[in-house]
Design a protein around this ligand. Sequence first.
Ligand SMILES: [Zn+2]
Length: 356
Amino acid sequence: MALMSRRRMLGTAGAGLAAAVPVVLGQQKSGWASSGKTPISLIIDDGGPVDAMFYMHPGYETPWIVPNAFTERVAATFERFDLHGKFTVLPMPSCLGRIDKSLERVPQEHLEGFLKIVRERIAPLFDITPEFLTHLAAYDLKSGKYQHIFEDAWISRAPLEEVIDYFVLAFQILKNVGLPAQGITSPWNSGIDVEKQYAQALAEAHWKVYGKKLTWYFLYVSEWDQPRRCTVEYTAPERGQTVVSVPANAPDIFWCMELPTQSEKVEFIHRNIDRLAPADGRPGRIRQLIEGGYPVVLLTHWQSLYHRGTGLGLEGLTALAERIQKVFGDSLRWVPLTEIARTALPAGSGSGPDHG
Ligand SMILES: [Zn+2]
């Protein structure tokens, strides 16, 4: 996801749908269930060796190649606080080419360095997803050219088979660079108007490439509104496969690029950290989610952490991780997003061996 206006619209859509979506909460089956700790997970969208905002918003000023030294700082922050969650790696970032081949205007050494850090330091902590292919113009699978529509408009009208092939290519590219994907992320709110077909296409594509019984997608953000639950959106009983929709239950609290001054940005971030987890012990968003039994899933973006090369959002993430530690001690446990998705499974399902 990206773009404030689209995410706001999405949040509204999500809140409106919450009551109509059947809630499927199952027994937690993984290690943390017996640990008595509440799982918490962090979604990071739009990841890649370049800043996707540079192409999404012409005129947006940023050092558009994200230095690998920055990616290493991010990895070090994850390691320091043992953060887990989901990290997007765009298979064809900003229509520049394929990350398993080469990208226009991006030195090969830079691309390979980025992928190495993700493989060795980020993927052990964070599940990896594509965010469709480009997070920009839709790719034409037949001609190999980019179309004159964005991916959100493309999926609204694409036939099921084409969406399956599109997702297969996304998963295959990540597999080729040694980054198997556990699910998929919607660029913006792509697929929200064709969600059943989206979920089915994901099931088919993920099965073809990975043969896993559980997969999931990230589409909905509740922001500060009524939180959402994980829901089962598609099943293929003949192969025991389930597709879960996993929401983020907070807005990107580091997204402040449009604010004019540094002090306003810093204030925005600190105010948001206070809303998530007040230092004085008052209940904040995270406490609200825990007490309501909602998934504690936080959200940010690669460009928010990077913040035009300043790393302002990454500083915010450090402050947030420290605050969560201070307020919740070890009553929370950071988990990859798949562990959050698993809570939607009915007891006894999805635990068998995966196919090939
Ligand atoms: Zn995005």
